[in-house]
Design a protein around this ligand. Structure first.
Ligand SMILES: Nc1ncnc2c1ncn2[C@@H]1O[C@H](COP(=O)(O)OP(=O)(O)O)[C@@H](O)[C@H]1O
Ligand SMILES: [Mg+2]
Length: 355
């Protein structure tokens, strides 16, 4: 799969840019010039979400009514156009100029894996960071997951609205809770499946990176004991007091373990970095195995972060047919072999110029 062309309009400091891409693409420039914004454009095209933790609409250029990203992707001989338009209160997606109303029908066509300096948050950050990782990546590999997640969020919002109004657990509330539990349990089941399928890929890579010394596992324990429906009803009184739904997949967390211990508590900084690298590389391999094409790789400023061993691992484990997009403040940190056949773009105050 190859992203051939990208057109960006009014996204952050990029006013208008039309780019043609190669197999390896390197964006160079000082901080704040728009390098990450190019990766953000690709991420938006794939996920309809920003790669930053901010809301998508904040990416619309100041004083502009909307932002637009258009891309042309080649998959073998097939050529497909994707487009996303962001407005302050809406986003519109289309494939080959046909508007796609359901996000679950749009996401997943262009698989993407991002490496960023924030990846360590996957281990050190709040549970929400880990949920976001799982939700995005289960979502890009399973469209039913996205549908269920969206239904779940709608129902959750309705239930929380009722709780805020102090409603008793009446028939309407019971129906709402029943449906919420139904979707919630399906989400939990798909997360389990995803972890089961992902983990062998992560373990294989991590065994190489750790010289066979460390075994990585992911523990996921949803917070309910019986059925989600029963537990939600039992907790109704408490939820009424806090005016929010206290259990369900929107509150769950994942624990990443090394040799059976929580890596966030017992791993060294170096081990933690290697584990996130293994997770992302494993994810890329897993996606490749189910999509029959490697995902696009977005490497945001990671070369300055990685030591030689990890950098070599990154370059070696990646299949040679993986299209890669790299940002860096200086070319010196990018491996010479990676630069050899790469296209180099200079980014300066939102203007992108190919070398
Ligand atoms: N909504 C916006 N409209 C215009 N400019 C923005 C907006 N949001 C952020 N910016 C600016 O766009 C630039 C984005 O830079 P970024 O892509 O993060 O740079 P780099 O990755 O090269 O360091 C920053 O200079 C930031 O101040
Ligand atoms: Mg950046």
């Amino acid at each position: 799969m190859k992203l051939d062309q990208l057109h960006i309009q009014h996204l952050r400091n990029i006013d208008d840019a039309t780019l043609e891409f190669d197999h390896t693409n390197i964006f160079v420039g000082p901080n704040g010039q728009g390098k990450t914004t190019i990766l953000e454009a690709i991420f938006l095209l794939a996920f309809t979400k920003s790669l930053r933790t901010t809301r998508e609409k904040e990416a619309i250029q100041y004083q502009k009514p909307q932002a637009m990203v258009w891309g042309q992707v080649m998959d073998g001989d097939y050529q497909t156009e994707y487009q996303i338009i962001l407005k302050p209160d809406a986003k519109t997606t289309s494939i080959n100029k046909d508007e796609i109303n359901k996000i679950s029908d749009y996401v997943g066509h262009v698989p993407v894996v991002l490496f960023s300096p924030d990846d360590l948050e996957l281990i050190k950050g709040e549970p929400g960071v880990r949920r976001r990782f799982f939700d995005l990546d289960v979502g890009q590999t399973n469209k039913y997951y996205l549908q269920e997640l969206m239904m779940y969020r709608q129902l959750l919002k309705r239930r929380n609205d009722q709780l805020r109004q102090g409603k008793a657990n009446d028939d309407y509330m019971m129906i709402l809770t029943e449906r919420l539990a139904l979707y919630g349990e399906q989400i939990v089941e798909k997360r389990y499946e995803f972890i089961d399928q992902l983990i062998p890929f992560v373990q294989e890579i991590h065994a190489i990176l750790s010289d066979q010394k460390e075994l990585i596992t992911i523990e996921y324990h949803p917070k309910y004991q019986g059925t989600l429906f029963q537990d939600l009803n039992e907790k109704y009184g408490m939820d009424l007091q806090t005016q929010s739904t206290s259990i369900g997949p929107h509150r769950d967390d994942f624990e990443i373990q090394m040799n059976g211990k929580d890596i966030s508590k017992f791993g060294s900084q170096g081990q933690q970095r290697t584990v996130v690298l293994s997770m992302k590389l494993g994810l890329a391999k897993y996606i490749e195995s189910i999509k029959n094409t490697p995902p696009l790789l977005l490497l945001d400023d990671v070369f300055s972060e990685l030591d030689k061993t990890r950098m070599n691992a990154l370059l070696q484990v990646l299949p040679s047919n993986t299209q890669t997009f790299i940002t860096t403040t200086t070319l010196e940190v990018v491996d010479a072999s990676k630069q050899a056949n790469a296209s180099i773009y200079y980014v300066d105050a939102g203007k992108v110029t190919k070398q």
